[in-house]
Ligand binder design. Structure first.
Ligand code: 9MG
Length: 278
């Protein structure tokens, strides 16, 4: 019997979250059935490579990305979650969305976590999560994907990001969401300069002081491209380095594209730090 997300998090070993982007550039446009089949094989591959959780999203949150309609997002995400469950894959599924309607449909289809880069600020989002028993990841972002990289400014970077996350945790608890199902995330690349991102990674351990699991999403991001001067398809080594730094600094969940390679990094991490696990 595979472990639930709660049981996995209790093990105190960093979990690997594999990314499944269902945006048009990620899969062929050969019709819905083909797209679902392709997505399902990618999920199967990530599970075989050692993913503990699969994060599925139908709207790009990259800087400058265009929003997608509710119907488009539902059409992209829900058939894939249904297909995962129909195929008997028991790896927990997280849905990467900010839309309450997508959250509700995804949870009904079998997702067990909501990953929201807008930290449940959309009207109705708190209610959907409160009415379920799912996990939720609250992420910090300054601005919106359309304008967040224009000129992000902070007086006290870590303090401001922590303050925002604390306020969103409080809003969740007030809405009836137990602290025990909340994950926080400083939001690397979301309204941050290169220096902001590097500083947040160096101080990631300070976010653990909240006593909640911390998620880190650094995989292939532009901060790696900026340090290494590499295009997005040549950022594997930089991503692995960031994943290891995040693990050493206390990340409970690491969100990645390259599951097999990051699994090896985490195996080494687990061998060295096994005394921290229960
Ligand atoms: C959807 N998405 C893209 N980057 C992300 C990150 O860094 N964290 C979380 N939670 N989600 C992300």
């Amino acid at each position: 019997m595979p472990l639930t997300l709660d049981q996995l998090l209790q093990q105190k070993k960093p979990l690997l979250m594999g990314i499944l982007n269902l945006t048009p550039d990620s899969f062929s446009d050969g019709g819905l059935y083909l797209q679902v089949e392709q997505a399902l094989s990618r999920v199967q591959a990530m599970c075989a490579e050692g993913a503990d959780v699969i994060d599925i999203g139908g709207e790009s949150t990259r800087p400058g990305a265009e929003p997608v309609s509710l119907q488009q997002e539902l059409d992209r995400v829900i058939p894939v979650i249904e297909a995962i469950r129909a195929a008997g894959i028991e790896t927990p599924v997280s849905v990467d969305t900010s839309k309450p309607e997508v959250m509700r449909a995804a949870l009904q289809a079998g997702a067990v976590m909501v990953n929201d880069v807008r930290a449940l600020q959309a009207p109705g989002a708190l209610r959907v999560v409160a009415q379920s028993q799912c996990w939720v990841c609250l992420m910090h972002m300054q601005g919106t994907p359309g304008d967040m990289q224009r000129n992000p400014v902070y007086q006290d970077l870590v303090g401001e990001v922590q303050g925002f996350l604390q306020a969103r945790v409080d809003a969740c608890v007030q809405a009836g969401i137990e602290r025990s199902r909340i994950v926080i995330d400083p939001g690397f690349g979301f309204g941050k300069t290169l220096q902001h991102n590097l500083l947040l990674l160096r101080h990631l351990d300070r976010f653990c002081d909240a006593g909640l699991p911390v998620l880190a999403g650094l995989s292939r991001k532009s901060m790696i491209g900026a340090v290494l001067d590499k295009p997005v398809d040549e950022r594997l080594y930089g991503s692995l380095a960031c994943a290891l730094i995040a693990a050493v600094n206390g990340a409970a969940i690491i969100r990645v594209h390259d599951v097999a390679e990051t699994r090896q990094v985490l195996q080494m991490y687990n061998a060295v730090y096994s005394h921290l696990a229960e």
